[in-house]
Design a binder for this molecule. Structure first.
Ligand code: VG1
Ligand code: CO
Length: 543
């Protein structure tokens, strides 16, 4: 088997976004496109000869083909060993777990997360470092820089490696070890939570439904919820991973997780419902006819962390992305622990967790996690909730409303406008930036603008600075509107508008978030000229 050096020309668009490089499958299928990016990763990280890598993905269309290319390129680039999930599958949190457990040099995760899959859908690739977390900006910038000057890549000329059988084979001198995709992760979960208490809860008639959305979490949910915890077999919906996610959009929210939503809002609804996304790092939590906002979920988990064995001694601190509501800030204040505000994207939490500054972190985009791995973790969040419920024995809705009664409610919603023309979206953001000085002090109905800024973050651990991470309009009463453009889309631009108001009046805690935020929604339009600029009357998705 010989190492081939293939000449290539750089692509100019291989810039990793919020979470790796995401493009249409057809883009990745273009000659040399995947190979160029993989070689750029290998060149940028400069791993020592003989290093070990983890490779796995969410099973979407093109996962298998891409893994074969990566294995052959890893062998040609001097890696000594690659750990691959069986059939090429590893959820994002499971990949993080495996990188950490086996102390590998890093890992490559193939996923476009919640984006649709299939031949016409999306594909993605990202690099995680030895701590198990997404590569920090310093590394992704190095990969991008390399991708713009690359002239050749290395690959061995060899037959494909069989990935369906556990065990180790050799590929041009490199070991390929096919590992059970679920076992290490399931073992980690068992070490964190009170499985006995959850088993008792489920045996007591407490009914749950978990929607795997035909994505990667099906086998994980079956192994943990059904086999280990005794949930009924039909507790896991859409449990078989499919390369096109059954034609669905594997995004756990009220719009896309419709099978679950119908059940949880129907007659005879179960007590607890949850869903995860394409790669298993997101979670949505539902009670009977009740939706838990991700920002509230993080706050509630922080407030109740001591009920979970792994966090029984208390948590060191919490972190949330800037657009995430300040609900967790109030809990941190009560617990007298630090609360960090980071830019959007999990890569910004890694340093804080490595330094022991935070234990729990989360994002409004259905992401919660802890320092057990360095990715957000969907099933972990589900188990965290089940652990709390097993001890508290209250309905989800009661638990949340009692939380609001104690801490106040951060009424919250995100409005997404997908697939806008990029120039329209950019002009809208520029317009808001240009309005900063005139906005300050201006009154809109009940709200007066206190300050406006472009969010910048200085990492307290390594001092790195990230600019332009979202435009914020902050009101005198603590309410706010944040505007940001997505860094994970593959078509046009997606505008995200994050709306938040703080409500201490308990009599208003039952209001629907859209009603409670109606005035803020109008103000967002007034400030941006959104409807006129985009010609859209409604957001594409409301969460
Ligand atoms: C979105 C979310 C962000 C999340 C990212 C990756 O990014 O808003 O909070 O970290 O997706 O999640 P953006 O740039 O589109 O707003 V996942 O589950 O796609 O890895
Ligand atoms: Co995801």
């Amino acid at each position: 088997m010989s190492i081939q050096t293939i000449s290539t020309k750089p692509f100019q668009d291989q810039k990793p976004g919020t979470s790796g490089l995401r493009k249409r499958v057809t883009v990745f299928q273009a000659a040399h496109y995947l190979e160029n990016f993989v070689q750029s990763i290998f060149d940028a990280i400069a791993a020592p000869a003989g290093a070990t890598l983890v490779v796995g993905g969410d099973g979407r269309y093109y996962n298998r083909e891409a893994i074969q290319v990566i294995l052959k390129m890893a062998a040609a680039n001097g890696f000594g060993k690659v750990l691959v999930g069986q059939d090429g599958i590893l959820s994002t949190p499971a990949a993080s777990c495996v990188i950490r457990k086996y102390q590998t040099y890093g890992g490559i995760i193939l996923s476009a997360s919640h984006n649709p899959g299939g031949p016409e859908g999306d594909f993605g690739i990202k690099y995680n470092t030895a701590n198990g977390g997404p590569a920090p900006e310093k590394v992704t910038e190095g990969i991008f820089a390399r991708s713009k000057s690359i002239s050749a890549y290395k690959i061995v000329d060899a037959a494909d490696v069989a990935l369906d059988v556990l065990g180790t084979t050799e590929l041009a001198g490199m070991q390929v070890q096919v590992i059970d995709a679920v076992a290490d992760y399931a073992e980690l979960m068992e070490s964190l939570f009170d499985f006995a208490a959850i088993r008792q809860l489920l045996a007591s008639g407490f009914r749950i439904r978990f929607d795997a959305m035909h994505a990667v979490t099906g086998p994980y949910a079956r192994a943990i919820l059904v086999d280990k915890l005794g949930a009924e077999a039909d507790a896991v919906l859409n449990a078989t991973p499919l390369p096109d996610f059954g034609g669905g959009h594997p995004d756990p929210n009220l719009t896309y997780a419709h099978d679950l939503v119908e059940i949880m809002y129907g007659a005879d609804a179960p007590d607890f419902g949850a869903a995860s996304d394409g790669d298993g790092d997101r979670n949505m939590i539902l009670g009977q006819r009740f939706f838990v906002t991700p920002s509230d979920s993080l706050a509630l988990m922080a407030a109740n962390a001591r009920l979970v064995p792994a966090y029984a001694k208390g948590i060191a601190g919490v972190a949330r992305s800037m657009p995430t509501s300040a609900a967790v800030d109030r809990v941190a204040e009560e617990l007298d622990i630090p609360c960090y505000e980071t830019p959007t994207g999990w890569k910004f939490f890694g340093n804080l967790m490595d330094a022991g500054k935070v234990t729990l972190c989360g994002e409004e985009s259905f992401g919660t996690g802890s320092d057990h791995v360095r990715e957000k973790d969907g099933l972990w969040a589900v188990l965290f909730w089940l652990n709390i419920l097993a001890i508290k024995r209250q309905p989800v809705e009661t638990l949340v409303k009692r939380h609001w009664a104690q801490f106040g409610r951060n009424v919250y919603s995100r409005h997404d406008y997908e697939e806008l023309p990029s120039d329209v979206a950019n002009a809208l953001i520029t317009h808001v930036r240009d309005s900063f000085t005139t906005l300050v002090g201006q009154r809109f109905g009940n709200y007066e603008v206190k300050t406006c800024d472009d969010f910048s973050y200085t990492d307290p651990v390594d001092g790195s600075v990230s600019h332009k991470q979202g435009v914020r309009i902050l009101f005198v009463d603590g309410s706010r509107i944040v505007f940001r453009l997505s860094g994970t889309g593959t078509e046009g631009a997606t505008l995200r508008i994050y709306l938040e108001a703080y409500e201490t009046d308990r009599t208003k805690h039952d209001l629907d978030a859209q009603d409670a935020l109606a005035e803020m929604i109008t103000i967002a339009d007034q400030i941006t000229g959104l409807k006129q600029r985009t010609g859209r009357e409604q957001p594409t998705v409301i969460t």
